[in-house]
Design a protein around this ligand. Structure first.
Ligand code: URA
Ligand code: SF4
Length: 211
């Protein structure tokens, strides 16, 4: 099977999944979308109303902001992969429950295993907590870890992880938008640095995997 076939298979499984009770109220499950060979994967929390209606990630108000943050650093949505920890909408956008994250996150881990992105940008505390705990980092709060680059391995795939705020947070608190933009600018530096690693430039400046 090609990479495309394997990714389509996961998408089809997600669309007919009943592994947690969120399937009952969904219009559409939202597997994720973008480049299957992306170096950068953005991971949100769970679909909202418009995502549920369209079956696509980040197409509502928070999605508009995410899209502009991506475009501000010279990329497009088609360059990256965008998905969520939980693939079906929680009623009234409530926080996903631990049991829902446990049931659904194997899909995300499989997507990471196939795409093998170099950088995971986790948006908000739910995806940050899930991904950092996967690489053995205990998270006390999003504010403590955002903007710090971590590295580890997920299912044998070496990944760097850059946590930042959820774009929806900046819709409620516009002061956070500057911080989000600053964190997004680091994405380019990280990707650039990566290309210079061969020449002996290290990433130590960004790394703080001891927290
Ligand atoms: N918020 C998320 O976390 N994910 C989406 O896809 C949309 C809004
Ligand atoms: Fe399945 Fe995930 Fe949807 Fe639950 S949220 S039904 S585990 S796809």
């Amino acid at each position: 099977m090609t990479l495309e076939d394997k990714m389509h298979k996961i998408e089809e499984e997600i669309k007919r999944c009943t592994k947690c009770s969120l399937w009952k109220k969904r219009t559409n499950a939202v597997p994720g979308e973008g480049n299957y060979q992306a170096e950068i994967m953005f991971i949100g929390e769970a679909p909202g109303r418009y995502e549920d209606l369209q079956g696509r990630p980040f197409v509502g108000a928070a999605g508009k902001l995410l899209t502009s943050l991506i475009e501000d650093i010279g990329l497009t949505r088609a360059d990256v992969y965008i998905t969520n920890v939980v693939k079906c909408r929680p009623p009234n956008n409530r926080d996903p429950k631990q049991e829902e994250i446990s049931a659904c996150s194997p899909y995300l881990v499989r997507q990471i295993s196939l795409i093998k992105p170099k950088l995971l940008v986790t948006l908000g505390r739910h995806s940050t907590k899930f991904i950092l705990e996967k690489i053995g980092v205990k998270v006390s709060g999003i504010t403590k870890v955002r903007g710090t680059l971590f590295e580890g391995e997920i299912n044998g795939v070496p990944v760097k992880v850059l946590p930042t705020y959820h774009p929806a947070a900046a819709l409620y608190n516009p002061a956070l938008k500057d911080t989000l933009q600053a964190d997004f600018r680091k994405i380019l530096e990280i990707i650039k640095e990566k290309n210079q690693v061969k020449k002996g430039v290290t990433l130590d400046f960004f790394l703080k995997s001891d927290r």
